[in-house]
Design a protein around this ligand. Structure first.
Ligand code: C5P
Length: 205
């Protein structure tokens, strides 16, 4: 059983992927972390995230970096979206994700291109989204709760910039697979969105 969960930034896809993994007893991979590790590695002195060769060199990051809390920073998400446009970077991270998806017993993966590129044969595909304003509102509230001093307008601008980069890139753009359930949770709370996701996957088992 392979479950692919794709969607834009701050859509709730990570929370939904973890809830599905819990419910169905499957391992889960947040593929955004891999791109975040590459972006962060460029910042650690391995060059310019907009330069393809530098970004490729940064793909050779130590596994321990995946546990670094700095990967969760907003700024690291921005770096991730810059390195992720390079086809060489996507290729370097490809096999690791495919192997995770195809492990015996199955897996849940969340990202941008799981249902389209990494696991086009997934048993259940979800495209999780919400309006940019709602995603910005949630991210803003979450950042303020963590004590980050940021305005709603700045967060909304970042959501738009990340969306533009993720949907506009030539290689593996953020795109709903034809056979993916569109789960727009603009008017749902997270528990309702999780329940809808579980109900959909149950139709596929
Ligand atoms: O999901 P998350 O915000 O952690 O992803 C960070 C960035 O990594 C995204 O904005 C996107 O550009 C990139 N990414 C990607 N493909 C994936 C997962 C993430 O291009 N499968």
């Amino acid at each position: 059983m392979i479950i692919a969960v794709d969607g834009p930034t701050a859509s709730g896809k990570g929370t939904i992927a973890r809830a599905l993994a819990d419910h169905f007893g499957l391992p889960v991979l947040d593929t955004g972390l891999l791109y975040r590790a590459v972006g962060y590695q460029t910042q650690l002195g391995h060059g310019d995230p907009d330069n393809a060769a530098d970004a490729l060199a940064a793909c050779d990051f130590p596994d321990t970096l995946l546990d670094d809390p700095a990967l969760r920073y907003e700024s690291t998400g921005g770096l991730a979206s810059r390195v992720s446009i390079h086809p060489a970077v996507r290729k370097a991270l490809f096999q690791r994700q495919v192997d995770f998806a195809n492990q015996p017993g199955g897996a849940v993966l969340d990202g941008r291109d799981i249902g389209t590129v990494i696991a086009p044969h997934a048993d259940a595909k979800l495209f999780v989204t919400a309006s940019p304003e709602e995603r910005a509102r949630r991210r803003h509230a979450e950042m303020r709760a963590r004590g980050v001093d940021v305005t709603y307008d700045a967060v909304l601008a970042d959501v738009h910039a990340r969306d533009a980069r993720d949907t506009g890139r030539a290689d593996a753009p953020l795109l709903r697979a034809d056979d993916a359930l569109l789960l727009d949770n603009s008017d749902m709370d997270i528990d309702e969105a999780i329940a809808a996701a579980i109900a959909f996957v149950e139709t596929k088992v």
